[in-house]
Ligand binder design. Structure first.
Ligand SMILES: [Zn+2]
Length: 580
């Protein structure tokens, strides 16, 4: 299969490239000088040939303070540039491989383009582009750093194939052009940082995709795109038939465009559609039922569904799940209903609620999972589950790596692009807020949230503050507007004395050695029972609470696990003997 319309000037361009190769100075190029503000791409997919052909228009904006004459466009190394034009005029460009782990092949096919004139700071230019090639299963970026083949392939499952086609965007397969500095998996957070920068630069971009994919003879395919408002069409005129999707992301937000296509069967429920592979009927039904069952619970917390949730099967039982908003890609080879409920709580929250702020969008979806566990199995199981997230958090929030003052703002929940922070930490923050203001108040605040009105970082905190008499500014400051690390509670003293009529009065003084304040639960054990209390202890501060017990108090335990803390070794206090 060819893309005839694309081959118009390949010969001329190749020739030009040879000529200009020596002219352009590749190493002095600022690869992130330009952002893509608009994509208008016609994407042709040929599963039989594993082939992708793209032509269309992109708009580049110079984000630097100086005029730029050179632009860099990158696609996966398994794709080749065919043409780059501006206003119908072919442009000179050099192509070269550029090693970067932002693509599954571990490299990009880079076009270094000499623009017809220098683009002034903040100026834009429209380019017409064409490229094509094959996209096969490829986990080179992982295997070359020592990941075992099987693990690597279950992580990098993107490919074009008759059995399954799935292409995630930047970070997996650069099937649409990007412009990034090198991301290196063997260098700490390097890839993560490059990706975060890319997402931040592209979040306001508009993307229009016209995807057409040829089907497989004799099979009915399903084409799924991670934009719910896509227009989908199926043409059966030719052989094999053609599947089309017309999708606009405006703006792109936190999403990277992705599509999958396979011979899926459907399990339909009112709130969710499950696309599954033959033989996975029971698992798919289990997932669909588990999800449907918790729709009322999620709706009660996060509002009615904006869109129907979609779950699609991945090939290989160990394939790593991937989420994009309310679309979840996960293997349905063997789903148990517990796991399904937990995954569906997250997915349905995305289907109900939209925010462009990661700490709200993802934090709340993780919070929903803990709420679901609590409803199903009680607070203890919910807190144990949070504990799994917390250990990751404690690692990156150790006092030794305590945020320096410039980091306090950069790492703050409202600004962070660090996944552990906007997932795990944000989840804990939502849980603590709920413990402090109560379910009813938090639900009201969530119901009042409108993504289009969320212009200031303080928008969500103010909605919560509006539903309670409590002063929460200190909490927002320590946990949301800044990253002040974690609290560290210690029982400084505990005195008890017999009261006239009813047992004992215990006076507990808590010391918070950490730089973040919190309201922490306290458990007081006495012969024959226990009493729970909550105490607000500000950062680097002390607070006192009095607790009445019917019998002599024996032991105090601070923090039931609902407040992330840097050191929990000092949280239990034995009361030797009651004084009179
Ligand atoms: Zn999510």
């Amino acid at each position: 299969m060819t893309f005839p319309e694309m081959k118009f000037s390949v010969k001329t361009l190749s020739l030009l490239c040879v000529l200009c190769a020596s002219v352009v100075n590749a190493f002095s190029v600022d690869r992130e000088a330009f952002s893509f503000t608009n994509y208008d791409l016609n994407v042709q997919v040929e599963p039989e040939q594993h082939r992708l052909g793209v032509r269309g228009k992109v708009t580049l904006r110079n984000d630097t303070g100086a005029a730029q004459k050179i632009a860099v466009l990158q696609i996966s190394s398994s794709l080749d540039w065919r043409a780059i034009k501006a206003g119908d005029k072919p442009l000179q460009f050099v192509t070269q491989p550029y090693a970067s782990d932002i693509d599954h092949t571990g490299a990009l096919s880079e076009a270094i383009v000499t623009l017809p004139e220098a683009i002034v700071s903040h100026g834009t230019i429209d380019l017409e582009i064409a490229y094509e090639g094959v996209i096969l299963l490829d986990a080179t970026r992982l295997t070359r750093i020592g990941t075992p083949d099987e693990t690597a392939q279950s992580s990098d499952w993107d490919q074009i194939d008759t059995r399954f086609t799935g292409l995630r965007g930047a970070g997996y397969v650069a099937w649409y052009p990007i412009a990034t500095e090198v991301g290196n998996l063997s260098e700490g957070d390097s890839l993560f940082e490059v990706l975060s920068r890319w997402k931040a630069r592209e979040s306001a971009s508009r993307v229009h995709l016209q995807i057409s994919a040829s089907g497989v003879d004799g099979e009915l395919q399903q084409l799924l795109v991670n934009e719910a408002s896509c227009k989908l069409m199926h043409e059966q005129m030719g052989r094999p038939s053609l599947y089309r999707a017309d999708c606009t992301y405006a703006p792109l937000g936190l999403v990277a465009p992705l599509f999958v296509m396979a011979n899926y069967q459907l399990a339909e429920r009112p709130g969710v559609t499950v696309y599954y592979q033959r033989g996975h009927d029971a698992s798919a039904a289990a997932y669909a039922d588990a999800a449907e069952k918790i729709v009322p619970f999620i709706t009660d917390w996060f509002g009615v569904q904006r869109e129907k949730a979609r779950t699609a099967d991945l090939p290989g039982a160990s394939a790593a799940p991937y989420e994009s908003g309310a679309l979840l890609l996960t293997s349905l080879a063997n789903t148990d209903s517990n796991q399904a409920g937990l995954a569906a709580a997250h997915q349905l929250t995305h289907a109900s609620f939209l925010s462009l702020r990661p700490w709200i969008e993802e934090g709340r979806a993780h919070f929903a999972q803990v709420l679901y566990l609590e409803q199903q199995k009680g607070r203890k199981v919910a807190l144990d589950y949070m504990g799994l997230h917390r250990s990751a958090l404690e690692e990156i929030e150790q006092p030794s790596s305590a945020p320096r003052s410039d980091d306090e703002v950069k790492r703050a929940l409202v600004n962070t692009t660090n996944e552990e922070l906007y997932r795990s930490k944000a989840m804990c923050v939502w849980w603590m807020l709920r413990d402090m203001v109560g379910d009813a108040a938090l639900k009201k605040a969530l119901a009042a949230y409108r993504p289009e009105q969320d212009k200031e970082p303080s928008y969500m905190p103010q909605l919560i503050a509006g539903q309670t008499q409590r002063d929460l500014e200190w909490f927002f400051d320590d946990w949301i507007y800044r990253d002040r690390g974690l609290p560290d509670f210690k029982v400084e003293s505990a005195f008890s004395h017999k009261t006239m009529a009813h047992g004992f009065m215990l006076t507990i003084t808590l010391d918070n050695l950490g730089a973040a304040g919190a309201e922490v639960p306290i458990l007081v054990k006495f012969a024959g029972g226990e009493i729970r209390q909550r105490l607000e202890v500000r950062a680097k501060n002390k607070a006192t609470v009095r607790v009445e017990t019917p019998a002599a108090p024996q032991e105090i335990t601070v923090n039931d696990g609902s407040v992330p803390e840097s050191d929990i070794a000092n949280n239990t206090f034995k009361i030797e003997a009651a004084q009179n």
